[in-house]
Design a binder for this molecule. Structure first.
Ligand code: NAD
Length: 241
């Protein structure tokens, strides 16, 4: 049985990924500062805590190993969004918060998980997947700190992939487009929009993505079959304009 760790597991995309991997037969440890959305069971555990704290990540990895003896896939999805003003007016605390919550935690998650994957029974089946964003590939006005942090997520994955060459473990990123989740509602609030549906027009599909559609891409990236996605960034936007 493959075992996965998902950060941001109580969020829109994270909870859809937990549900999808459970349906595929994985055991899953979710981590989030919020309570579990997908009920705990004999194949589903939830660690409630802040992923900026390395001890939370270490305990979630330890729980996976203690309960199921291995860790095969990680999805680093925890993140927050803030903004609404140009970068030169962004308060230092807001910039630091976004950097820490959205970029540094991806590195911290790798620090906690990769050594366990390397020492596990099947390193060549192990996948580290970070959730980036369409904002990792272009500027978005008023969201400069988030844009910078998400660009860093892509850099982290590329650096990690290079360091992992020859080990069998791989690292990639998935960049979702506008997906119907609480974070997109928060983004609409930042822009003073009545609701998140406005963002549908930014996608070539002319609709918002469903979290489960993004989860389907993440689940593939978690699979043994995704071995060629090393240092890759998969666009899950349906086209972004
Ligand atoms: P969401 O707000 O629904 O979920 C994010 C989850 O992360 C929340 O449950 C939150 O509690 C958790 N979290 C945040 N910081 C944390 C911390 N320090 N410790 C523990 N938990 C923490 O948002 P989502 O849309 O599901 O976002 C998932 C990922 O997808 C994020 O990385 C986000 O940047 C990315 N993304 C989302 C969209 C979108 O349109 N929704 C688009 C591109 C990228």
């Amino acid at each position: 049985m493959r075992v996965a760790l998902i950060t941001g597991a109580a969020g829109g995309i994270g909870s859809a990924t937990v549900a999808r991997l459970l349906a595929q037969g994985y055991a899953v440890v979710g981590v989030d500062r919020e309570a579990a959305v997908v009920p705990e069971s004999e194949r589903a555990a939830h660690v409630r805590g802040d992923v900026r704290d390395q001890r939370v990540l270490e305990s979630a990895v330890a729980l996976a190993v203690e309960r199921w003896g291995r860790l095969d896939a990680v999805v680093a999805a925890a993140a927050v969004i803030a903004g609404g003003r140009p970068l030169w007016e962004t308060p230092p605390e807001e910039f630091d918060d976004l950097w820490e919550a959205d970029a540094r935690t991806v590195w911290q998650t790798a620090v906690a998980a990769v050594p366990v994957m390397l020492a596990g029974p099947d390193p060549s089946g192990c996948r580290f997947v970070a959730v980036a964003s369409a904002a990792a590939h272009q500027g978005l006005f008023g969201l400069g700190a988030y844009v910078a942090a998400k660009h860093a997520v892509v850099g982290l994955v590329k650096g990690l992939a290079a360091d992992l060459v020859g080990t069998g473990v791989t690292a990639c990123a998935v960049s979702p487009g506008s997906t119907r989740t609480p974070m997109l509602d928060a983004t609409a609030d930042i822009y003073g929009l009545p609701d998140a549906e406005t963002f549908a027009g930014h996608q070539l599909l002319r609709r918002l993505l469903d979290p489960d559609e993004v989860a389907a891409t993440l689940a593939f990236c978690c699979s043994r079959e995704a071995a060629v996605l090393n240092g890759s960034v998969v666009s899950a936007t349906g086209g972004f304009s």
